[in-house]
Unconditional design. Structure first.
Lengths: 211, 401
């Protein structure tokens, strides 16, 4: 037995207990894919956003869209790639939609809600904050690029194969290498430009030791 | 000497090349300092970007939110199926027909039906059909007449023999008391997945649901022969009264000193909806035109320290229930054998009918473009719905074997 996690109306419970297929054939593969892919996609969204609730909402939204899209009937690999692309886009754009910059205190407080690797948890809150601001900077650079370029970068970084990326981006498998190379070049250039502005003309140094 | 493109070299770095191509690149790199240089640059870029993106740490452990997420997505889908015309979220016909199985959900562009009616038909077909396989839930208990003697042990108190329409305001159904969890806990047996599976044959369906699935012996001309057959797993809903929660809710609603009898705490209501079979027929163009569902009578059982009378008084007395709907429920005399069918007020029309000597109910939407018929026979509840008129529905019903 499964307890209801969020409040549900009588009408919805009624419908659920009496439920018959809304879309025969689609319902079943949709449910099966949800079961199989939710975890990975949640991890994907959680990784690039700061907020697990936001990641949850994003993944739900991606599946909602899947249900109404013809891709729902396509083979697993295509569906997974499609979902990954939607999750990446929604996650990055959700960040862009945030109206107010949080105060420093709010940021520290909300770090508790975010997920960090164990290594990061060993940093003190101030260090974690610096890391986080770095993430904000990376996101900004990503958002300045085309959707295709940044999605390519993120999907590759999150471990998708070229075949999966070609499926997600709807390009020929042979073009993934080219897209990736181009996107990486663009990212590095934008990053360098940004750092030079931020650090008053210094291309290297400051917090950007990775470069 | 033909140098390789950036794209090819990049793929090579990721070991994403065909072996033949990789071998060719190996050989080429041995002889071409330019390409060697380029690949080193590509590798540096790749590493740089990778380390920057690693600002987003790989997340190993995430909380298991899957069930909650599934509930939310499913609720949203169901919500749409019951949406009122004023709701901003409606299934557009085009969305529904873009589905996978194109033989059934094909584009309806050829039909000369105005969009308004098309939308209404799609929506009401669905809600009419959903009403077919209705279950009592809390509503059945609400319909109890006063003075009923209580039995304390587990017993099934409900078997469908009749139907009674109970209307609700589609704009705000159960709005204030929308969440049963305000006064208790609700559990539904479920997996975080679909309850329904498609099966290959009627025989297979019968085996899965545990009763003989019947089929129509006559069908209207426009309905094509073979139905899509689904079985839906048994489901059960258990509502347990939580006195503390209920008192908090009442206080919130303005009652200064709410007092709920102690024996109500923990009293359970269990509604079991048996496994059922659904047949879906399309017309010669493949569009869905007829649905036939059959289910053994749902059962309601209670257990706990409170009497049925007390449970009823408690539930009926809660603030926030729609008065008119509650009054209708109270007015059902033979509540132990009557299944309430909730219908949106002013949007559906209905009348009692007789099917093979037993009681039935015909429900249609205002345009009469679609209709449904629900009836009971020997402990089984049947329902059919489709873009059919009353006579056609009755003909089909009488021919079901």
């Amino acid at each position: 037995m499964v307890p209801l996690s969020r409040g549900r109306g009588v009408r919805e419970v009624y419908a659920k207990v009496t439920m018959f297929p809304l879309r025969p054939g689609v319902d079943e593969i949709f449910a099966e894919r949800f079961r199989r892919y939710y975890g990975d996609l949640f991890r994907l969204g959680a990784r690039y956003s700061e907020d697990i609730d936001e990641a949850d909402d994003v993944v739900q939204e991606a599946f909602w869209r899947l249900y109404h899209d013809p891709v729902v009937a396509r083979p697993d690999r295509e569906v997974y790639a499609w979902l990954s692309r939607v999750v990446v886009n929604l996650t990055l754009n959700a960040t862009r939609g945030r109206r107010r910059e949080k105060t420093r205190l709010e940021k520290i407080a909300s770090l508790a809600k975010s997920l960090s690797s164990t290594a990061e948890n060993e940093l003190n809150p101030a260090e974690q904050l610096v890391r986080r601001e770095q993430r904000i900077a990376v996101r900004e650079v990503l958002l300045a690029m085309s959707e295709r370029a940044r999605t390519c970068l993120i999907l590759r970084h999150s471990g998708l194969s070229y075949a999966e990326i070609s499926s997600a981006l709807l390009v020929a498998p042979g073009s993934v290498g080219t897209l990736l190379a181009r996107a990486e070049r663009e990212f590095a250039q934008r990053w360098a430009l940004r750092s030079s502005h931020v650090n008053g003309g210094q291309v290297l140094g400051g917090d950007n030791d990775e470069l | 000497m033909n140098c390789e493109s950036d794209g090819t070299l990049r793929a090579y770095l990721d070991a994403e090349c065909e072996p033949a191509v990789a071998a060719r690149i190996d050989a080429h790199l041995a002889e071409c300092p330019d390409c060697e240089h380029r690949i080193a640059e590509l590798q540096l870029l790749a590493k740089t970007v990778d380390s920057l993106l690693s600002a987003f740490p790989h997340v190993e452990i995430v909380p298991d939110r899957r069930q909650g997420a599934w509930d939310a997505v499913e609720s949203r889908l169901l919500e749409r199926a019951f949406a009122s015309p004023k709701s901003s979220e409606r299934y557009r016909v085009e969305e529904v027909v873009s589905g996978a199985n194109s033989s059934i959900w094909r584009n309806r562009g050829q039909r000369e039906i105005p969009t308004m009616i098309r939308n209404t038909v799609m929506r009401h077909s669905r809600s009419a059909v959903a009403a077919l396989l209705a279950v009592v839930l809390v509503a059945g208990v609400l319909a109890m007449p006063a003075g009923q003697a209580a039995a304390v042990s587990l017993l099934s108190i409900f078997r469908v023999q009749n139907f009674a329409v109970v209307t609700y305001d589609p704009g705000k159904p159960f709005e204030d008391m929308d969440n049963l969890e305000r006064v208790g806990t609700l559990e539904i047996s479920d997996r975080d997945g679909s309850n329904a599976t498609t099966v290959e044959s009627v025989a297979q369906a019968s085996e899965r649901v545990g009763f003989t699935v019947r089929t129509p012996s006559t069908l209207p001309a426009e309905v094509s022969g073979e139905p899509r057959i689904s079985v839906v797993r048994e489901s059960r809903a258990t509502f347990t009264v939580d006195r503390a929660k209920a008192e908090a809710y009442l206080r919130e609603q303005g009652e200064a000193n709410p007092s709920i009898p102690a024996e109500l705490d923990g009293t359970r209501l269990v509604v079991t909806v048996p496994a059922r079979a659904v047949l879906m027929y399309g017309d010669t163009n493949g569009q869905p035109v007829l649905v036939i569902g059959q289910i053994p009578s749902p059962t309601v059982a209670t257990e706990g320290g409170a009497s049925l009378e007390e449970l009823r008084t408690f539930l009926l007395g809660l603030p926030g229930l729609p008065e008119d709907t509650v009054a209708q429920l109270k007015a059902i005399d033979d509540w132990t054998t009557t299944m309430p069918i909730p219908l949106p007020r002013d949007r559906a029309i209905w009348r009692d009918v007789s099917v093979n000597g037993g009681p039935g109910l015909i429900v249609a939407d205002q345009t009469k473009a679609a209709g449904s018929l629900i009836w009971q026979s020997e402990g089984m509840v049947y329902g059919i719905a489709g873009q059919l008129g009353e006579d056609e529905l009755l003909d089909i019903a009488r021919g079901i074997r």
